[in-house]
Design a protein around this ligand. Structure first.
Ligand code: AMP
Length: 434
């Protein structure tokens, strides 16, 4: 079969790498891909942007693509699945209406409240009904979110009321464009964050391996929020009891609610959860696709054929499938351009990729491109080095050995990816999250 992966980041490299291993797959195309996907066997980059739905549709029809898997949220929220379905092409992901779960935070907060799914207290505002008094009355810190897609940058955790008011006014004044026309002001939740990702088809659900990521840029979970600086799988905090609770209190009512609202869901469903000290799985957000960088360690552990799982879901056979996992832990360290998530340089030559390729583990590319015979940086998050090991400590060692082999001018990465899980492995339970 022929598979098309839409997107060009680390997540898409991991999805393409995994699909290309399937004996059922003759050819993987990645649109637009990166320098890493270009090097994988049976894999070819296609120069089409991930949000150019017209060109993607035309390409998929011309190449008779059997299965399209969409990486980023933009094309999903833009209705790629509806377009492909209408043309009789199989595209794995939610419809535009179901993808609203990621496309609008105000809608999602209202959805969560209506279906009794645990989440932070909140209020939504537009310019016409904004209440500074409401913001001033909230306990600190206050969380301010732009309603729409803002590439992971639309969430501000404000330590003072002045900062919160400034964030609200900035968003409402258009700092995030249309994404900030509506804002959500939310209670700050304490606890430990978990990424819980499932494959769903209406009420059928196949949970994937658990994972945790690090959103803050700097060691000790400090500094600005980013798209993610590293991730590992499994998440040791998710024991069998918590797993069952998340399925019962979050995943099942969400899929049921979507069906009841007339928007049954197919695709990867990612619940970003804050596990409260009493074990309550509060929903921070939903993503209508796989996480980045969680995909990288999760794909390293997946033994089953991803294309068979996606096709099984599309065929309504998900209940009869199960996913087979490598028992080992996987941990990925994101190597980013200096300055990320603010301004950063592109075009820096990357040294050491060939040496890293001879080591155990796998380096997934994100923001990279080929320039002549060299590979240069082409984005904020550049690479994700993933190690495997009998536990998180061993996986981390392998990942950082890969990192040590690679260098470019102004590279930055965190040195403490997995610190929470490792504290847990060593029997030290962390006090708080953040
Ligand atoms: P979101 O895009 O809504 O997941 O927010 C991005 C990140 O901001 C999350 O992964 C959390 O680390 C943090 N965050 C969002 N909402 C809250 C909240 N209500 N309380 C504490 N942290 C939050």
């Amino acid at each position: 079969m022929k598979v098309l992966i839409v997107g060009g980041g680390g997540r898409e490299h991991a999805l393409a790498w995994k699909c290309a291993q399937s004996p059922r797959v003759a050819q993987v195309f990645v649109a637009p891909g990166n320098a890493g996907t270009a090097l994988e066997s049976n894999t070819r980059n296609v120069a089409i942007a991930a949000d150019d739905l017209e060109a993607l549709l035309e390409f998929a029809a011309r190449e008779a693509i059997d299965l399209t898997i969409v990486g980023p949220e933009g094309p999903l929220v833009g209705g790629i699945v509806d377009r492909f379905n209408a043309a009789g092409l199989r595209c794995f992901g939610p419809t535009r209406a179901a993808a609203r779960l990621e496309g609008s935070k105000a809608y999602t907060k209202e959805f969560l409240a209506r279906h009794g799914i645990p989440s932070a207290r909140h209020a939504s505002f537009t310019r016409s009904n904004f209440s500074a008094d409401y913001v001033r009355a909230q306990p600190l810190p206050v969380v301010v979110k732009a309603d729409g897609l803002a590439a992971g940058k639309g969430v501000l955790i404000c330590e003072t009321h002045e900062a919160a008011l400034g964030a609200c006014r900035g968003m409402l004044a258009g700092e995030f464009g249309a994404a900030g026309e509506t804002i959500v002001v939310e209670e700050f939740l304490r606890g430990e964050e978990v990424s819980f990702i499932v494959i769903a088809h209406d009420q059928q659900v196949l949970p994937l391996a658990t994972s945790q990521d690090h959103k803050r840029r700097d060691d000790g979970d400090r500094g600005p929020n980013t798209g993610g600086m590293g991730a590992y799988s499994p998440a040791p905090i998710v024991d069998a009891a918590l797993h069952e609770r998340i399925m019962r209190e979050v995943i099942a009512p969400t899929l049921k609610g979507l069906r009841a609202d007339g928007n049954p869901y197919t695709g990867f469903l990612y619940a970003g959860l804050m596990i409260a000290p009493d074990g309550t799985p509060n929903v921070l957000e939903f993503n209508c696709r796989f996480g980045d960088p969680e995909t990288q360690p999760i794909m390293m552990r997946l033994r089953s054929d991803l294309t068979a799982l996606c096709e099984g879901a599309l065929d309504g056979r998900l209940d009869s499938l199960c996913a087979d996992w490598d028992e080992r832990a996987a941990l990925g360290v994101v190597m980013a351009a200096g300055g990320y998530p603010e301004s950063f340089r592109k075009g820096e030559p990357i040294d050491g990729l060939a040496a890293a390729a001879r080591l155990p583990g796998k380096v997934f590319h994100a923001g990279t491109r080929a320039r002549g015979s060299e590979i240069v940086t082409n984005g904020g998050r550049v690479l994700c080095a993933v190690g495997l090991g009998c536990d998180i400590v061993a996986a981390r060692r392998q990942a950082y050995d890969l990192v040590a082999a690679i260098h470019w001018n102004l590279v930055q990465y965190r040195r403490d990816i997995g610190h929470r899980a490792i504290a847990r492995e060593l029997g030290v339970v962390p006090i708080s999250g953040g």
